[in-house]
Design a protein around this ligand. Structure first.
Ligand code: ZN
Length: 221
């Protein structure tokens, strides 16, 4: 096992940070100065079989909240426009996309998984052309360090007043004494349940002779 593999304490902390159980965490690629996880690296295929493109998931509540405020300020539209106007920035963003895919391959290797064809060439966060989720970009920037994702690095700089990996605010960020969430209510489990219900509905419709083509919506982030 690599020394970045999550400990049981890490998994407990991640669950408390997110308010739900975590699963299929392969690595903790970024930590607070105190040692708590900032980012969880998740296997590209979950143990329930669902492909999971968001390899680097930002988990620290102070970071996620600061990034949400940045998103609410319209920064994603501003950055996406700059990608249209600035060829050098656009090239950096595309290179960051390639790095994201390479990192996901590394995580896939650590997890011992076969290639995940469903998400081949697909990264996350709006890469390579746009910016659709700053949490993805900041998680990536923290995981791989500065100089890889120009807009992830910039977003991290722009939240520095509220959150910095160099400054521990863990004590104020979640309730470390809270009961550890145990029921798995992650969005992917909800999606799986939804699909089971849709499938059951289609089967019921087929039996009653009124089937219509059913195409469940594909989840993006
Ligand atoms: Zn800390």
């Amino acid at each position: 096992m690599p020394d970045t593999a999550p400990t049981d304490d890490d998994l407990t902390t991640l669950s408390l940070q997110l308010g739900r159980p975590v699963r299929d965490v392969v690595e903790i690629p970024a930590r607070c100065t105190c040692g708590n996880p900032l980012v969880a690296a998740t296997a590209p295929r979950l143990s329930n079989g669902i492909p999971f493109p968001t390899t680097f998931y930002l988990t620290h509540p102070a970071a996620t909240q600061a990034v949400s405020r940045l998103e609410a300020d319209g920064v994603m539209a501003e950055m996406s426009q700059r990608l249209v106007d600035d060829a050098e920035l656009a090239a950096g963003h595309r290179a960051a996309h390639e790095n994201y895919l390479a990192e996901r391959e590394r995580i896939r290797g650590l997890a011992g998984l076969d290639p995940v064809w469903e998400i081949e060439g697909i990264s996350a966060g709006g890469y390579p052309e746009r910016v659709k989720c700053l949490h993805v970009l900041v998680g990536h920037a923290l995981a791989v360090g500065p100089g890889v994702t120009p807009l992830g690095d910039e977003a991290l700089e722009r939240i520095a007043a509220d959150f910095s990996p160099e400054r521990c605010v863990c004590a104020d960020s979640w309730d470390a004494q809270a009961e550890v969430p145990s029921e798995d209510l992650s969005r992917h489990v909800r999606l799986l349940r939804q699909r089971e219900q849709e499938r059951a509905a289609v089967e019921a419709a087929v039996e009653s002779g009124s089937a219509e083509e059913n195409t469940p919506g594909r989840e993006s982030q």
